[in-house]
Structures are given as C-alpha cells and as structure tokens.
Design a protein around this ligand. Structure first.
Ligand code: F6R
Length: 265
C-alpha cells in the first residue's frame, strides 16, 4: 500500500547541512543526551509534537523519562507524542505492539493516550486511517523531534532495504532479519510479517532527527548509514539528506567508521 505525503515533506537537500555524530562512552551517557534533547524541546516548546522510535535502543531513555515525569522534573502535559510504526492489526493496548511497549517503558505516556495527545500509528493500516493519521500530524506541524533507531540491515522505522524514498505512512512486509530480531518479543507465537510504518518522506519531514545506535551488532549498518551510498539499499542513509541530524553512538557501534568526523563525548 503506497501513500503520497504532502509535497513539502519531501523538500530535502542532497546532503545534510548539519549532521553531528557523537560517540558517547556508554549507552547510558548517550541516552542521557537523547533525553536532554527532549527536555530542551519540552522547555522551549511545551506544545510540540515529538515522535519516538521503539525497540531496545530507547529503553534506557524511556525509563529515565518516566522517572523525571514522576519526580515532577518534566511535564508531558501539554505536548503531543507519536511514534514511527506498529505491527499490522495491532491495537494500542496489545502486548507485543509498539504503543504497548512505549507505555510499558514509560507509563507516564498512558495518560496522554487517554487524553488523546498520544497519536498511535493506526495498526489497522487502512488508507483512510493512514490519511487521517498523516493529516493529524500535519495539523500539529509535524514532529519537531524524531527519534530514530537502525536495524542491523540498515532499516529506519520499518523501511527495509529496497524502500521507496517518496513514501509516507504505508503497510510494509518485514525483512527476514527484522523477523529474527523480533522473535523473542513474540515467542512462542510467530512474529507478525507486516507492519504499518512512517515512510522515508514522513521521517525526513520532521524538523530534527536524532538517531541512536548501540552495540557491535549495529556497527556495519552504522557504517553503511554514514559512509555508504545514499539510497534504498540502506534506508537509514537517507538521514544524510536531512538538514538537522544528531547521531549518538557508543564505541562499539562506531567501531567500523573510517571517514566520518565524530565528536567524542
Ligand atoms: C522501531 C524502529 C526500528 C528500530 C530498529 C532498532 O520503531 O523504528 O527501526 O529502531 O529496528 O531496533 P532496536 O532498538 O530494538 O535495536
């Protein structure tokens, strides 16, 4: 299922005007920087829309975010939250799904869900539901900050190798490595074979991108993302076309980089 996104969402230059790659000493240190990005946004733009990625990469940041909310040091009360993708057919409260995962790691988000300020990706995946979701994001001026992770095959959100750059939210078939990586999450049941995902064009329409990648298992994908050709063989490489990107790595995920200028710490 292919959906067109608003034309302005595709206005990206050939190369990022501002791509900063930071190699942090640990996952905890990198997660702290990612969290500070969100805190800064919530302070300067308390009504902003921001969008999470799900998966192991962001568990540390989400747990810390929840603690800050509980301690009254961060308020999510006026902001709007969304995320990148959902397994096809999954309802927001369904175990194994992305919204369920976000709320399990950061239960403070449950109240946003109840209030309607958490915009779940419609797992139903129908054209109408996806169009409504995109319209709502547009109404909220698109994500101000988009958190991203990378698959070991170079996917971003669930845009697998071979994805189309111009796609907005759409239903996609998951690659074999993605199914393997999600096996433990669904065991003993089988992993859903399809998901609803923000397309490359939807991702690039966010104002600022924050990509986190940790561990040796991501090193080859990180190298392809930052040093390989920009194209569908490594969808994450498209972030280099965005004008404002921060990449946070740990020493293991950065270990195969050869020509990238990085900032340590
Ligand atoms: C999920 C998403 C994916 C993950 C990627 C890494 O919302 O956007 O692209 O970020 O598969 O997953 P983890 O963090 O589990 O290694």
């Amino acid at each position: 299922m292919v959906r067109k996104v608003p034309a302005f969402a595709m206005k990206t230059g050939p190369l990022s005007a501002k791509l900063v790659v930071r190699v942090m000493p640990s996952v905890v240190a990198a997660s702290q920087v990612a969290l500070e990005e969100l805190q800064a946004l919530l302070t300067t733009e308390p009504r902003a829309l921001y969008s999470f990625a799900t998966g192991a990469t962001y568990q540390t940041m989400l747990l810390s975010l929840h603690r800050l909310v509980v301690d009254g040091r961060v308020s999510l009360a006026t902001s709007y939250v969304t995320h990148l993708d959902e397994y096809l057919g999954f309802a927001p409260d369904q175990r194994g799904g992305m919204v369920h995962e976000l709320c399990a790691a950061c239960p403070s988000m449950l109240s946003l869900l109840r209030r309607g300020t958490f915009l779940p990706v419609p797992g139903v995946g129908s054209k109408t539901a996806l169009a409504q979701h995109e319209a709502r994001l547009l109404q909220l001026h698109l994500p101000r900050l988009q958190f991203l992770g990378i698959g070991r095959n170079g996917h971003i959100a669930f845009n697998e190798p071979g994805a189309l750059h111009s796609q907005g939210f759409h239903v996609t078939k998951l690659a074999a490595t993605t199914l393997q990586d999600a096996a433990a999450r669904f065991a003993p049941a089988a992993v859903p074979t399809h998901a609803v995902t923000a397309g490359p064009a939807s991702i690039l329409s966010a104002k600022r991108l924050l990509m986190c990648a940790f561990g040796l298992g991501k090193a080859a994908a990180v190298r392809a993302m930052l040093e390989g050709p920009i194209g569908p063989e490594c969808p994450a490489a498209w972030i280099r076309q965005h004008p404002d990107v921060l990449v946070l790595l740990d020493p293991l995920s950065a270990s195969q980089l050869q020509n990238t200028v990085v900032v340590h710490g």
